[in-house]
Design a binder for this molecule. Structure first.
Ligand SMILES: Cc1ncc(COP(=O)(O)O)c(C=O)c1O
Length: 431
């Protein structure tokens, strides 16, 4: 489900009107629903109840400490890719002992910090990285818990920029070399404790088939590692896709708007039903690293119309949010539903490009999109912007980062203040 719906013709997040939030806090504004995040965590957790499992939320999707705190309070763990993300987890009250550390290039400082905080496991992505972690752990008089990320060479059938499990991708160790890598680690790295195996084949997967293909390919490897190295967990990564082409019609509160059960690309039940029989016989702890699934549909980017502009070839709606606030359309052709906060059921829609103020041709949030006519000052909501939205935002064109709001029922909490120009220039000086 998600908690964005029209009430009396105005779009609300839970019980809070988005027009009111935009007027109070300005635009562009990220707005998240605590109810949706809680619902998604709970659904995933209960769908997997036949497995000994731990949900390690992928912090990169949305790293605001209020979001992390919400997940920590539900019992979740975390998957991080930097020392900075570990600082966030700790600041949010998360447990480092339930935190895994992914990524192909961890620095010495990050490894030292993670070791000092007692994280659950380093997910190493190369033999060189294993040796590096081993050396640092030795110097610190510690034993580092490690797993290796396997690259199973499976096509995730998603956008090429978010496909991570093919041989040509930089991630993980090739399937046919990984047993040797474990053997070398066991033999040459006395400061490592081999704890698990990890994989992550890509993001925004809308079919369960690649997950099943990868799991079937990797499970025999897991069994060998259980026998040889007594591993304790297998992480199947994240990647569960969400619906971007949602519907808000009729104030429907269901996750998928008015789509029928069979039209849903991937439900969490389908995912759990397909994977549980493959994973349960391992009798091993299963880790998951969902990011987008947990927060994607829980967020919207609220923006204001600056003007309408008519060109010879196209009509443009110029808004105050740009690719610096939400880069998914420019970076990997991400598609977001964009709706007016004031519902218009009377005027016929026109085909427009919805563009930002950035000096780049790629600065659009939608192209050739039907939209009821909008006027200067109207608010639009870019839906399903809770994942890889704010976390990928930048200061390009010297634009301050937007504020973030977490809605909880009738309450709206400012969980990040809008950045000021002074914040943005802090640290710069004339030589
Ligand atoms: C190692 C790892 N785990 C989990 C995720 C989360 O993916 P998603 O947001 O698609 O669930 C990513 C995303 O890039 C990742 O690289």
């Amino acid at each position: 489900m998600h908690s964005f719906r029209y009430l009396q013709g105005q779009l609300h997040c839970e019980n809070v009107n988005l027009n009111t939030l935009a007027e109070q806090h300005g635009t562009p504004l990220y707005v998240y629903s605590k109810e949706t995040i809680t619902d998604h965590y709970t659904r995933l957790d209960s769908a997997l109840n036949e497995l000994d499992h731990l949900v390690c939320y992928a912090v990169k999707a949305n790293s605001n400490i209020a979001i992390l705190h919400t997940i920590a309070a539900l019992g979740g763990g975390f998957d991080i890719v930097s020392g900075g993300e570990l600082h966030r987890v700790i600041r949010a009250g998360g447990n480092p002992g339930k935190t895994t550390f992914a990524g192909v290039g961890k620095t010495r400082a990050e490894i030292e910090f993670a070791l000092s905080q007692g994280i659950y496991c380093f997910n190493a992505e190369s033999e060189a990285e294993l040796r590096h972690i081993n050396q640092i752990a030795g110097e610190m008089g510690k034993t580092a818990p490690v797993s290796l990320r396997v690259n199973p060479n499976v096509d995730a059938k998603t956008h090429k920029y978010i496909s991570t499990g093919k041989s040509e991708n930089k991630f993980g160790i090739d399937f046919d070399r990984i047993l040797d890598a474990y053997a070398a680690a066991a033999e040459d790295c006395p400061n490592l404790e081999i704890r698990g195996l990890q994989m992550h084949i890509g993001s925004q997967l809308t079919s369960v088939d690649p997950f099943v293909e990868a799991a079937n390919k990797v499970v025999p490897l897991v069994q060998q590692l259980q026998e040889r190295h007594h591993i304790k967990f297998f992480s199947i990564g994240g990647g569960m896709g969400i619906v971007y082409q949602d519907s808000l019609d009729s104030g429907d509160k269901t996750w998928w708007g008015n789509q029928s059960e069979t039209e849903r690309p991937l439900t969490i039940q389908t995912y759990a039903n397909a994977l549980t029989p493959i994973l349960a016989p391992l009798k091993l702890r299963i880790l998951l690293e969902p990011g987008r699934f947990m927060v994607g549909n829980a967020g919207a980017l609220v923006t204001k119309v600056l003007h309408n502009k008519k060109g010879n070839a196209k009509k443009f709606v110029v808004i105050d949010a740009g690719m610096n606030d939400l880069i998914r359309p420019a970076l990997y052709e991400g598609w977001h539903q964009i709706v007016p906060v004031n519902k218009d059921t009377t005027n016929p829609e026109e085909i427009v490009d919805i563009v930002g103020p950035i000096c780049e041709t790629g600065d659009f949030l939608a192209q050739d999109r039907p939209l009821a006519p909008v006027a200067e000052g109207d608010h639009l909501a870019v839906l399903s912007a809770g994942a890889y939205g704010f976390t990928m935002a930048s200061n390009y064109n010297t634009r301050p980062l937007p504020a973030e709001i977490l809605v909880d029922g009738t309450q709206a909490h400012v969980i990040r203040e809008r950045q000021t120009i002074d914040d943005l220039l802090k640290g710069e000086r004339i030589a």
